[in-house]
Design a protein around this ligand. Sequence first.
Ligand code: BYC
Ligand code: FE
Ligand code: FE
Length: 476
Amino acid sequence: MSTVDLSAKIPNNVALSSDKRLQRALEEWQPKFVDWWKSMGPEGFQAHEVFLRTAVSVDREGWANFGFVKMPDYRWGIFLADAEPDRKIGFGDHLGKPAWQQVPGEYRNMLRRIIVTQADTEPASVEQQRLLGDTAPSLYDLRNLFQVNVEEGRHLWAMVYLLQTYFGRDGREEAEDLLRRRSGNPDNPRILGTFNEPIKDWLSFFMFTTFTDRDGKFQLLALSESGFDPLSRTCRFMLTEEAHHMFVGETGVGRIIQRTADVMNQVGTDPAKVRAEHAIDLPTIQRYLNHWYTSSLDLFGGERSSNAADFFAAGVKGRYQEERQTDHVALDGTYDLPVLGPDGRMVTEKVPLRNAMNELLRDNYASDCEFVAQRWNRVLEKANRPERLRLPSRRFRRAVGIYADGSYDVDGNPINAETFEAHRKEWLPSPEDLAYVRGLMHPVLEVGKIASYISPPAKGIDDHPFAWEYVKPPIA
Ligand code: BYC
Ligand code: FE
Ligand code: FE
């Protein structure tokens, strides 16, 4: 591909056409990305025509760009949110100094690590979701899956842009490694836990896009505060896409709940009877929720974290809505952390505020998730059902942080490992639950049709009805 082609092909607002160094780096990387996409991206639909939106600029109109595209031809773009003139560093030891337009030498490793960790999740999620197209519950859902996938691909581009522009040769090597690691591969896994878990059914996909993409939202919000201005601006634009991913997840689970509620109104609550109607019983939905919520809680890192304290001190990663805080230095305060005391009861430990940054962000995340659970419960309420879903305690089933050492019930009470095992089937999806849900997964690709376990959406995409051919087979 010639250089001229490249900058015309890649929608961008980073002056790609006049940046020869970036052009050369992308010329190397772009074909490798497309190879990766073809082998690790959505299986079986690479030649289909998919009704996708493509970002062509950062303003509102630039987003409303819908049309049929073959996924390998998708125009993955590079966008930064508009610069804020004279932006200052908003927190930490450099509070009030001008935001950095280049990487400060002392924070180079730290920034590279954060950007690589963020970047790694994006292709990981595409890999995790690559077989779901084979069992899509409708053409509408199939299209939404692919929209999420191409945008996660663009998020990878966004981070690779930063690596290639600001980190020289190391950055280019990291960009290559991002295409080499593989979700779930024991020899070369993705960096963070959740991104190595299989997503084999659509209930898992919708839970993942609700809870794990929502971790993305909060991490991106914290990185939007960064004193490294290009990272801040990149993340601010990525957040506009994240909203759609969480919409797909929340409405997907909501539509499954709707169908379950309708079935319960006909046959009662007995899971066996609900399953006889090829719907998903509510206790199984709750167990999936317990699994994906807790897995996503781990993504915030340890409750006490010297890494997080260093990120904050450096001005590299801030708090959620830092501008609403009064003390941007955070050297004085403490955080009240419930920890397991010597007598087996929970006691409060005062953690220096800077070391509790992960926990503060997890607080913001957990309250956002509470609202999601409330909206799902409204679906049950409107269907005149008395049942309710709820988020388990943040201490339940943790694999990262201080609660990973002990066992806790769904209410957060310390219990012993035997008690946990005795309740495992009640709290978490059992092999039988997984097999049942996977058994429901069959492709429904006729226009206007939908699978048995989910209700149709309230409306379609871009003013088209639900019954519309959102994904078309290849034109022979
Ligand atoms: N799994 O000091 P600690 C998204 C590691 S999602 C495995 O407690 P720290 C998306 C940690 O790396 C958003 N390892 O943690 C969603 C550290 O390792 P080292 C992704 C874990 O560093 C859906 C060690 O444990 N973005 O965008 O304060 C679809 C000690 O850790 C885990 C980001 O994560 C885990 N769950 O915080 C598509 C933002 N948790 O250094 C996309 C960038 C911790 O000892 N990342 N560890 O080898 C960060 O800010 C931080 O790395 C973390 C961890 C918040 C993840
Ligand atoms: Fe993403
Ligand atoms: Fe996302």
